[in-house]
Ligand binder design. Structure first.
Ligand SMILES: *Cc1c(COP(=O)(O)O)cnc(C)c1O
Length: 415
């Protein structure tokens, strides 16, 4: 990454950024929501598109001089439509949280009910955690899964929907590792006159790469962040059936946001172009293969795999059988250069700030080119370390493997 002007004009920030780049190069990034974008995405993100105000939508702006910005946004929309087989796409959400809030506000009045996945069973903060604005405006009701198998009881969800009469039936997750039955979710929503919504933030890249089923043709509304498995800039995107297009667009702008971040939309267009390629299909398939191998190693080593395994890129593991908490496991791994996050597990008896689980995933390491043999080594090393988190020789061995792998599989922009 060249930063000639930055180094001259603001050496302080240039230096810190260099260190951050080096940190990314030198650790094994296993947080399942993170990834590494291409140089092309970075260039679009750092482009002159950031200078332009473009409130409104292509062809209907409140500002002059939008002819090229319109072309960029229209290209992003067309690519997303084609890639996900979507009838309508809004690429303006500034990030995932405002994206979901926009959808809720498009279909619900304050006090209305939304039915979503329980947060300790893998649902996301923006699906109605009590600390969020959404939870203060809307009434969230929750369904759960069987923590041992990850299975959802669709009959029970239907009964809940009939009793609670939600305006939105919401599927989607950030710590759930199994596949969902979108047809069943959609059928339940239709039975109670609700909108069916899927938040595929975590798995959008796997859907784009045809490794997982595409919910877009099935559900009324599908939201996604663009910076996780999709490997684009930080942002959000809403796809919906044509009949909801106006409602969604109005809810995003002027309902919730002002001027869109056009540099981010340009970078998204680039990421969507990359996601159409055969190489991205290979990437998505490899993310899944890697997750399965890693999951097997962790399970064989004594971790309890929540939901009984993984169908996607992430693993939620109960570390307490090895005699430590999620926070202790996160710290032990952090110390040797492996980044994961502590995570609450279903029916957790521990507190959210020191829960029983860790959540880890394979998207970022797969982008660096790592395959099954590396996953096997990493899984075995994680187990060895967590069994003996304070043993010096164990830490040294772990650091050595981290160094070996990060050098063998560099970030593509290098350090
Ligand atoms: C990450 C995530 C979000 C929020 O995205 P931000 O860009 O961090 O606001 C929303 N929903 C799900 C399911 C997510 O995983």
């Amino acid at each position: 990454m060249s930063n000639k002007f930055l180094s001259q004009n603001d050496p302080k920030i240039a230096k810190i950024l260099k260190k951050e780049q080096q940190r990314q190069q030198e650790v094994l990034e296993m947080i399942p929501s993170e990834n590494f974008v291409s140089k092309a995405v970075l260039e679009a993100l750092g482009s002159v598109a950031t200078n332009k105000y473009a409130e409104g939508y292509p062809g209907k702006r409140y500002y002059g001089g939008c002819e090229y910005i319109d072309q960029i946004e229209q290209t992003a929309i067309s690519r997303a439509k084609k890639l996900f087989n979507a009838e309508h796409v809004n690429v303006q959400p500034l990030s995932g949280a405002p994206m979901n809030l926009a959808v809720y506000s498009a279909f619900c009045q304050p006090g209305d009910t939304i039915l979503g996945m329980d947060l300790s069973h893998g649902g996301h903060l923006t699906h109605g955690h009590p600390v969020t604005l959404s939870a203060k405006i809307y009434r969230f009701v929750r369904y759960t899964c069987d923590p041992k198998t990850g299975k959802l009881d669709y009959k029970a969800i239907e009964a809940l929907a009939k009793a609670e009469k939600p305006k939105i039936v919401l599927a989607g997750f950030s710590a759930y590792s199994r596949n969902l039955n979108y047809k069943k979710f959609n059928a339940i929503a239709k039975k109670v006159g609700a909108i069916s919504m899927m938040d595929m933030a975590h798995i959008a890249g796997l859907v784009a790469g045809k490794a997982l089923e595409n919910p877009v043709p099935i559900m009324d509304v599908v939201t996604t962040t663009t910076h996780k498995t999709l490997r684009g800039p930080r942002g959000g995107m809403i796809m919906c059936k044509q009949k909801y297009a106006r409602q969604i667009d109005k809810a995003v702008f002027p309902g919730l946001q002002g001027g869109p971040h056009q540099n981010q939309i340009a970078a998204l267009a680039v990421a969507l172009h990359e996601a159409q390629k055969a190489s991205f299909k290979k990437y998505a398939a490899q993310v899944l293969k890697n997750a399965r191998v890693l999951c097997q190693e962790l399970q064989a080593g004594g971790l309890k795999i929540v939901f009984g395994g993984t169908d996607n890129h992430l693993i939620l593991a109960d570390v307490t059988p090895l005699g430590l908490s999620g926070k202790e496991a996160e710290q032990a791994l952090d110390e040797v250069g492996i980044t994961v996050n502590k995570n609450i597990i279903p029916n957790d008896i521990r507190k959210p700030l020191d829960p029983s689980g860790i959540r880890l995933g394979t998207p970022a390491l797969t982008t660096r080119g790592m395959k099954e043999p590396a996953m096997k080594k990493i899984g075995q090393m994680i187990i060895a370390l967590l069994k003996n988190p304070h043993k010096i020789s164990q830490k040294t061995a772990a650091r050595k493997l981290v160094k070996e792998l990060t050098q063998k599989f560099p970030l593509f922009y290098g350090v």
